[in-house]
Design a protein around this ligand. Structure first.
Ligand SMILES: [Cu+2]
Length: 500
């Protein structure tokens, strides 16, 4: 076998890991290769997320989610993308710091790859940790074009079992189209017992938005899945007594925040959006906004069977579950988490970041650029989600020079939480709802809570120069305008300029 064949085999192995719950560790030999080469082909795909539900969408390599991609820190990555979606497409590598022309935003960092066309993404994935990838064209990710991407971190503690769990929701596309016009009649789904303050924050101004009420912008879902299936058809995770188990949980939903808990266990969260936390926290449940990832650990102390499950408490959420069991216990009735958030200590940024009194100034040292972004819009029947009153591409841009120290402050005047995401950077979440985090969280996506909620990000403009979009990861809100960009000025500013 020559080197080329070996490379091909290795890439097949690494990519061929299906959306299975349990991933084998990257083989030592694959990790030694200089480059991981993969092919990702996007094309129409039809599957049954529930036995009586057929969904016709799109998939990478004939599976939803797309294949789990794993690289070793420092390893080069080359993906040949073949587009048979019937429309222009690109792949965005969420959470990575990479050359701007590899970032995969159509018409901003590259021309769309036209139907029938190919494009090669070639970069060294970084930083290490749990990342993901998805189409950034139109609403293709809603249709199924997304997958997990893990850059193995040699500094990480070794887990006995590791499970990559992609939580995603299969939309009723008619409802999705109505939501884009802010004319949807779908109710919102929130877990029972959600703290009244938080529930208020899930409501629209004017009293709409309680469970069972119409919001206009909510999407109705046909199924809620983990790794492309619904319980009891999700692939179980098999563990042994004494195992230290690492769950890597990604929320790839088009719009829904997920609250997730494991029966009989608390979860110790060590990484937010793939980035190590200064101080791990142990919680009874996770709150995972769209686009966010958490690495959550637990130890198996006895034989048994437990469900890791979404807590929305309705018919569909019961399918969004994975069985975790020791040998011989797969048929035992699993221990389920309480189907409520009442009295449950779940992961929040203030909890994880040890929120305290607001610091003045928010960040030590100089700040070169401060951007204040007020999130607005979303009135029923008015399909506009705004930043400082404008919709993309007319939103206020954030102009930076390389090396600038940048503070972005959000205020949310809408009745919905917004999972705000910045491309090409890892920021420090330093402030949430008027409190400073004593242990800022390193993230690429953070929920800004509704009805006056605030959040502040600090980052240094040390990424490769270019145009890095900043947008709400709720697909409806992004499509309806809630997007801007961080634009690196300077002599090298020869990026693709359409839309500036
Ligand atoms: Cu939003």
């Amino acid at each position: 076998m020559n080197r080329r064949e070996l490379l091909k085999l290795m890439s097949t192995t690494a990519l061929g890991v299906m959306s299975a719950a349990v991933l084998p560790p990257l083989s030592a030999r694959a990790a030694e290769q200089d480059t991981l080469e993969v092919t990702l082909t996007a094309r129409p795909y039809t599957y049954n997320p529930l036995p009586d539900v057929t969904f016709s969408g799109l998939a990478y390599n004939g599976q939803v989610p797309g294949p789990v991609i794993r690289t070793r820190a420092g390893q080069r990555f080359r993906a040949r993308f073949i587009n048979h979606t019937g429309a222009g497409s690109t792949i965005h590598w969420h959470g990575m710091i990479l050359p701007n022309d590899m970032d995969g935003v159509p018409d901003i960092t590259q021309e769309p790859v036209w139907d029938g066309g190919t494009f090669t993404y070639d970069f060294t994935p970084a930083p290490a940790g749990f990342r993901w990838y998805h189409s950034h064209a139109g609403t293709q990710s809603v249709l199924g074009l997304f997958g997990a991407f893990i850059i193995d971190d040699p500094r990480d503690e070794k887990a006995d079992v590791e499970a990559v769990l992609v939580f995603h929701d299969v939309p009723d596309m008619r409802s999705f189209a109505a939501a884009l016009k802010d004319m949807s009649d779908a109710p919102m789904a929130v877990p029972p017992g959600l703290h009244p303050h938080t529930r208020m924050s899930g409501m629209k101004m004017g009293g709409m938005g309680m469970n069972g009420m119409e919001m206009g912008d909510e999407v109705a879902y046909l199924a809620r899945c983990v790794n492309g299936a619904t319980f009891p058809h999700t692939k179980p995770v098999r563990v042994k007594v004494g195992d230290r188990v690492r769950l890597r949980i990604l929320n790839a939903s088009p719009t829904m925040t997920h609250y997730i808990a494991l029966g009989g266990h608390r979860l110790t969260v060590t990484h937010s959006d793939g980035n190590p936390m200064e101080r791990p926290v142990t919680v009874e449940a996770l709150r995972v906004g769209v686009g966010e990832r958490f690495d959550a650990w637990f130890e198996v102390t006895q034989a048994g069977a437990w469900l890791l499950e979404d807590l929305a408490g309705d018919r569909l959420s019961r399918g969004q579950a994975v069985l975790i069991h020791t040998e011989g216990m797969e048929k035992a009735p699993p221990v389920r988490p309480a189907q409520t958030l009442a009295g449950v200590e779940y992961f929040t940024y203030p909890l994880a970041g040890a929120a305290g009194p607001l610091k003045h100034p928010l960040v030590d040292g100089r700040i070169d650029v401060t951007a204040d972004l007020t999130l607005g819009g979303g009135e029923r029947g008015v399909p506009r989600w705004t930043m400082n009153g404008k919709i993309w591409p007319h939103t206020q841009k954030i102009f930076v020079k390389r090396g600038d120290r940048v503070l972005v402050r959000f205020k949310n005047q809408t009745g919905m939480d917004h999972p705000m995401h910045l491309h090409g950077h890892v920021f420090k979440l330093v402030e949430v709802n008027g409190k400073s985090l004593r242990h800022p969280l390193l993230k690429d996506t953070s929920l800004i809570s509704a009805n006056g909620g605030t959040g502040a990000w600090f980052f240094e403009a040390t990424s490769p120069p270019g145009r890095w979009v900043l947008h709400c990861h709720n697909e409806v809100h992004m499509a309806d305008g809630m997007m801007t960009e961080v634009f690196y000025e300077g002599p090298a500013a020869k990026y693709y300029l359409k839309g500036v």
